[in-house]
Design a binder for this molecule. Sequence first.
Ligand code: DGY
Length: 328
Amino acid sequence: ELFISKDSMKPVVSITHIFPDPALNRLRERFEVHYNDSGQSLSAGELQNRAAESDAMITYLSDRIDSEVLGAAKNLKLVANYGAGFNNIDVARAREKKIWVTNTPGVLHETTADLTWALLLGIARAIVPADRYTREGRFDGWQAKLFLGHDVYGKTLGVIGCGEIGRAVARRAVGFNMNVLYCQRHRLPEAEEHRLNATYVPLEQLLKESDFVSLHVPLTEETRYMIRAEQIAMMKPTAYLINTARGKVMDDRALVEALRQGTIAGAALDVFENEPELTEGMTALDNILIPPHIGSASHATRDIMANLVADNVFDALDGRTPRTLVPG
Ligand code: DGY
């Protein structure tokens, strides 16, 4: 049974943060939409109120949908996360309460792989410090040793986590004639390994042999802090570490220390251990790139994600099983 708003006689859909207009308009045609367009995240108490009053909630990585929030739900049928990751949601509790949880798989991996490559190339060739140097008016003619970086072409790329994003990152390496190593819990089918020209290796070997190590695992109990000082120390002093997955997969303090010491050449992080806070010392380093979690941030992809979120809401409130339930 739907929780029909007394005012509009329509089911209530809450959206906890800024949401793209085309999908928002689709939802507004059918539902009473309670939209937080303040640009600020809702507090825990506000999330509980939204859970209590809604038939479906559209949530973000920055919203902790924990046992208390889910406990406040009365008629909530769906928590539709606007993103591929769903580590912000207590999925087990949602299942207990018979609330569906969906994410947005299959639509953002190429865009996130593009960003990963932008970071990889950007950090290897010191694009940001070099750009700053030019803007500061310090360029006074070509020099043989200005901003020397490391080659990408022909090097070894280590992909940790070869799901859809990891595979899209590996696929791009073919054009750079790279050697690709990967590790994850299960080996890929042989045909897929061939297509990607990728070799399955243990984590330790990947860390030791790669010139670029890129993280693409979801955040789970198994992956939490899988990259610490000990793992960073296994990498080559000329190697780069890229994280477009989740901050808590890494110990950022250990990374800052390693970058200070020159244990590795550089890093690029699109996500942070204590996001949105940065780890002390990060901004003082020149060999790190730190964009603000923009992996899937292209105009087209964010619209496609939002439409998939809306499709899940339509499914759930029309009595169908939503199309992209989270796995597990
Ligand atoms: C994702 O899609 O998982 C992004 O990181 C935002 O949550």
